[in-house]
Design a protein around this ligand. Structure first.
Ligand code: GLU
Length: 481
C-alpha cells in the first residue's frame, strides 16, 4: 500500500531532536512504501506560536535531507474547512455549544475532585443541553462560547496502536473535549483529525505523549463515520541517565545539542560537526532495532531495511557517545573532497600550503580519526605547523636522554629523512645497538613531530610535511629538551 504519512509539528518552539526522530520515522514509512511524506504546521494555538519556529522546522528538515513531497500546509489557512466540520457535528447532535466561564469551570473542578466535563456532568453545566433555545441563541450572539464534542456514555473504546497493539479506554475517563475555541479556532483534536482525513493520511506516526488523545480522535472518526488511519506512537527519547524525557537542559548538561540546526544561542548538531547522514542514522536507531548487528545505514538503506514491526515500545535512551560513533562511521567513509567542503576553515588553511591533491591525501589520512567535522582542524594541525607544546607526561615516561639520543641520531642521518623505509631500518639498527626499544624510538619521533602520541602514520606525516620541516621540528625539540 502506498502510504501517506505526515509530520505535523506545532510551531510553539524550535524543533527538538525528538520531533526530528518523529519526522524521520514518518519519512521512512512513507518512502518504504513508495508513498508521500507531508509536512503540516499545526498552528491553531496562536498564543503559543513562536516566531521563527516554523522556519526552524523547515530548515532542520532541509539540512537533514528529509524532503517533503507536499506542504507545508498550515492549519491557520484552513479555518473554513474546520468550521464546516464543526457545524456538521452540531447539526448531527454530536457536538454542542458550551458557555461556562473559566471561573465556573474552576468551581466545578474544585467541588468534584476528579471533575470531567462529560455525560456525567454536562447536565449541570451551561450548555445547549441545559439552556433553552432562546438562551442559547442570545448567548451565541454575545460570543465567547466554545463547542464541545460528545463523548458517548459509558462505553469502551478500542483503539489499535501499531506499536502497542489493542488498547481499551473507558469513556468515563474521557471529556467532551473542546473542538472549537472561543476565538473561533479549532483545537488540536479537531483540526488534526479533519486534516488527516482530508489529506488522505494512511499512517499517523507521532510521539507517545499523544497516545492519551487517541480515544478522543477515535470518537471523532466515528462521529464523522470516517475510517481511521493506522496509528504509531513512538517511544519517548530519554535522557542518558535513562529516567525522564531528554530536555534541552539535560542535553546542555551532557554537553551536546538538542536541535538539528542552530536555534538562537543554542548550537545544533549541524554546528557541532555532525553530518546529516550520521544524525539521521543515529536517530533511526532510537526506537527502532532489528536483529542485525549492522550499525551504519545510509538514508536509502534505512528506507529499504526499516520495518515498522521493529519499532520498540520502551523509551530509547539518548547516548551521545553512540551518536558520535555513528557519525564517525559516516565521516570516515566520506570522500576527501566532501569532507573538505564541510570544513571551510580546514580547506582554507590547507590551500595555503598544499595542492588540492595533497590536501585530499591529508584528509584521507585523518578521516579515520574524526567523530565530528570540527575535529578536522585539530587533526590538521600536524600538517600545518610545529607543535605548540609537548606532552610532558610522555617526555618523562620515555626520558629526556632517550629522546635526545633519537633526535640526534635523526639529525646525523639527515639524508635519510626523505627515505622513510631506509630511515626506519636505520632507526631499528640504532635501537638495538643502543638498547632502546623500537616503540620508544617511534614515540620520541612522534612526540617531536606531533607534540603528543596521537595522529596518523608517522612516515606519512614526514612524507607530507617534507624533510626540511621534519628537521626543523627535530631541531626545535632538541633545543627545548
Ligand atoms: N501538533 C502535534 C505536535 O506538535 C502533532 C501530534 C500529531 O502528530 O498528531 O506534536
Amino acid at each position: 500500500m502506498l502510504e501517506r504519512a505526515r509530520f505535523a509539528p506545532s510551531p510553539t518552539g524550535p524543533l527538538h531532536i525528538g520531533g526530528v526522530r518523529t519526522a524521520l520515522f514518518n519519512y521512512l514509512i512513507a518512502k518504504k512504501s513508495g508513498g508521500k511524506f507531508i509536512l503540516r504546521i499545526e498552528d491553531t494555538d496562536s498564543k503559543r506560536t513562536t516566531a521563527g519556529a516554523e522556519q526552524h522546522i523547515i530548515d532542520s528538515l532541509k539540512w537533514l535531507g528529509l524532503e517533503f513531497d507536499e506542504g507545508p500546509f498550515k492549519q491557520s489557512d484552513r479555518r473554513s474547512l474546520y468550521e464546516k466540520k464543526v457545524s456538521f457535528l452540531i447539526k448531527e447532535g454530536l457536538a454542542y455549544y458550551a458557555f461556562d466561564t473559566s471561573s465556573e469551570l474552576e468551581e466545578a473542578r474544585k467541588e468534584a475532585g476528579n471533575f470531567k466535563y462529560n455525560f456525567n456532568t454536562r447536565g449541570n453545566m451551561l450548555n445547549s443541553f441545559t439552556l433553552t433555545e432562546e438562551e442559547v441563541s442570545s448567548r451565541l450572539d454575545r460570543g465567547g462560547y466554545v463547542v464541545r464534542m460528545i463523548i458517548p456514555e459509558k462505553k469502551n473504546i478500542t483503539v489499535v496502536d501499531q506499536v502497542r497493539g489493542s488498547l481499551v479506554f473507558n469513556t468515563e475517563e474521557l471529556e467532551d473535549k473542546i473542538i472549537l475555541k472561543s476565538d473561533g479556532m479549532p483545537t488540536y483534536h479537531l483540526a488534526n483529525v479533519v486534516d488527516d482525513h482530508d489529506m488522505k493520511i494512511t499512517s499517523v506516526i507521532r510521539g507517545e505523549e499523544w497516545l492519551s488523545s487517541l480515544p478522543i480522535h477515535k470518537v471523532l472518526y466515528d462521529h464523522f463515520k470516517w475510517k481511521s488511519p493506522k496509528f504509531y506512537h513512538l517511544p519517548l527519547i530519554l535522557k542518558s541517565s535513562g529516567s525522564g524525557k531528554l530536555s534541552k537542559r539535560d542535553a546542555e548538561e551532557q554537553g551536546h545539542a538538542v536541535f538539528a540546526v542552530r536555534w538562537e544561542d543554542s548550537k545544533g548538531f549541524k554546528e557541532a560537526g555532525f553530518s546529516p547522514e550520521g544524525l539521521i542514522n543515529y536517530l533511526a536507531l532510537l526506537g527502532w532495532s532489528n536483529s542485525s548487528e549492522k550499525e551504519k545505514y545510509t538514508l536509502q538503506e534505512l528506507i529499504n531495511e526499516f520495518n515498522d514491526k521493529d519499532i520498540n515500545k520502551s523509551g530509547a535512551r539518548f547516548d551521545y557517545k553512540k551518536a558520535l560513533w555513528i557519525n564517525h562511521l559516516h565521516l570516515k567513509d566520506f570522500a576527501a573532497d566532501k569532507l573538505l567542503s564541510l570544513s571551510e576553515e580546514a580547506c582554507a588553511q590547507l590551500k595555503k600550503k598544499y595542492t588540492r591533491e595533497q590536501s585530499e591525501e591529508i584528509i584521507d589520512l585523518i578521516k579515520e580519526r574524526l567523530n565530528v567535522t570540527l575535529d578536522i582542524n585539530k587533526e590538521l594541525s600536524v600538517f600545518l605547523r610545529q607543535p605548540k607544546e609537548y606532552d610532558t607526561g610522555v617526555i618523562e615516561k620515555i626520558t629526556r636522554e632517550i629522546i635526545f639520543d633519537v633526535l640526534n641520531f635523526c639529525k646525523l642521518k639527515e639524508s635519510l629523512i626523505s627515505k622513510p623505509k631506509a630511515l626506519k631500518e636505520a632507526l631499528m639498527v640504532f635501537g638495538s645497538e643502543k638498547g632502546i626499544s623500537f616503540g620508544n624510538i617511534m614515540k620520541s619521533l612522534r612526540l617531536c613531530l606531533v607534540g603528543n602520541l596521537s595522529g596518523p602514520d608517522l612516515f606519512k606525516i614526514i612524507e607530507i610535511i617534507g624533510p626540511e620541516e621534519a628537521l626543523n621540528r627535530i631541531e626545535s625539540l632538541t633545543n627545548k629538551i
